[in-house]
Design a protein around this ligand. Structure first.
Ligand code: HPA
Length: 348
């Protein structure tokens, strides 16, 4: 494998000049630059990132610890994080915590040992002393989607409150009065906030949220299925199930179908998080869409600001309601001329 010295010799310049060209330093003549680039090409030279890191004390690498890589929401988030990081000259190492705090700690420890320049985390349940110590010790860190209260770390997230209110208004206008929710774990901010927003919105319409209409889920499909089965077994089942994430919504759909029932004729369904195949289910699922791509980008920008010495900012972006057919046809859409097409209308 050729070294930087070989490149310098082939180009007839010093090692320092090669280094300047490779680091896009402006003080190199056009002639020297093109000779160096030609030598790099001819010798197939690859810079030694490890040696560079030792020199600069930077790895140009970010860590991303997400709570569940199999959840399409987090997959989309990871994709946009990687995209933005690459645009800013950083690589990303992803750790999947699988909603297990001990696995989360394992990833955080490994990433810190590898001297990543900064850490993006969507925390599992509650805090992790390791992560909190790292934040206190000044490791550049940003929380994305979920956060841990009381830790002084910027947070990039979506606010779903207005969209949940829009959903309840939509359900109320369709005549639904018995509304149930499948909640995520209360120890996650996303788990607790969605129930609170739902309860608050129901309150505005004078609707109760009895305990029997709160299913405790864990953001996984099986828990959505079990909660829905329990709702369907009640003497007075709800008219609508609102799943607080997309996987629990899929579990709910399965449970309804396994009973030989139909959405929305027998029970309506709505989901937090819009995923690409919600338009392909029958019926297409009404969902609260988060600006996932923008969240990933904003989280990377906040982290890179922090790494590069600029003040990082917390960012909150609005989610929005996307009305499809899983809660029933809006009255105004029942005339053939106004039939909604599957993707369509979104309410802010
Ligand atoms: N869990 C599961 N799905 C989600 C979350 C979450 O915290 N946030 C957005 N989608």
């Amino acid at each position: 494998m050729s070294s930087i010295k070989d490149v310098a010799a082939a180009a007839g310049v010093s090692v320092a000049t090669v280094s300047r060209v490779l680091n896009d330093h402006p003080s190199v003549s056009a002639d020297a630059r093109s000779r160096v680039l030609a030598a790099v090409e001819a010798l197939g030279y690859r810079p030694n990132a490890v040696a560079r890191s030792l020199r600069t004390d930077q790895t140009r690498t970010l860590g991303l610890v997400i709570s569940d890589v199999l959840n399409p929401y987090f997959t989309l988030l990871a994709r946009s994080v990687e995209e933005e990081a690459r645009a800013l000259g950083y690589s990303v190492i992803i750790g999947n915590a699988d909603e297990r705090p001990e696995l989360q700690d394992h990833h955080v420890r490994t990433l810190l040992d590898r001297r990543i320049d900064g850490l993006l985390v969507s925390p599992t349940c509650g805090g992790s002393p390791l992560m909190l110590d790292a934040a206190k010790a000044g490791t550049p860190m940003v929380f994305v989607d979920r956060w841990i209260a009381g830790v002084d770390v910027p947070v990039v997230r979506a606010d779903g409150r207005a969209a949940v209110h829009a959903l309840v208004a939509h359900l109320h206008a369709l005549g639904h009065r018995r509304l149930a929710i499948i909640a995520g774990p209360a120890a996650t901010t996303t788990g607790s906030e969605r129930v609170e927003a739902f309860r608050e919105a129901l309150g505005e319409y004078g609707l109760p949220l009895p305990d029997a209409y709160i299913g405790q889920g864990d953001f996984q499909a099986d828990s959505g299925r079990r909660a829905t089965e329990r709702f369907l077994d009640l003497a007075e089942p709800p008219e609508v199930v609102f799943a607080a994430d997309n996987l629990m919504a899929l579990g709910a759909l399965d449970a309804v179908r396994d009973r030989g029932l139909r959405v929305p004729d027998d029970i309506a369904l709505a989901a937090f998080d819009d995923i690409p195949w919600f338009v392909h289910t029958d019926p297409p699922v009404t969902a609260i869409a988060q600006p996932t791509r923008e969240l990933g980008r904003a989280a990377v920008r906040a982290l890179v600001d922090r790494i590069e010495g600029r003040p990082p900012e917390s960012v909150t972006l609005p989610a929005r309601l996307v009305v499809r057919r899983s809660c029933g046809e809006p009255a105004s859409a029942q005339a053939p001329a106004a039939q909604p097409s599957p993707m369509q209308r979104s309410m802010p």
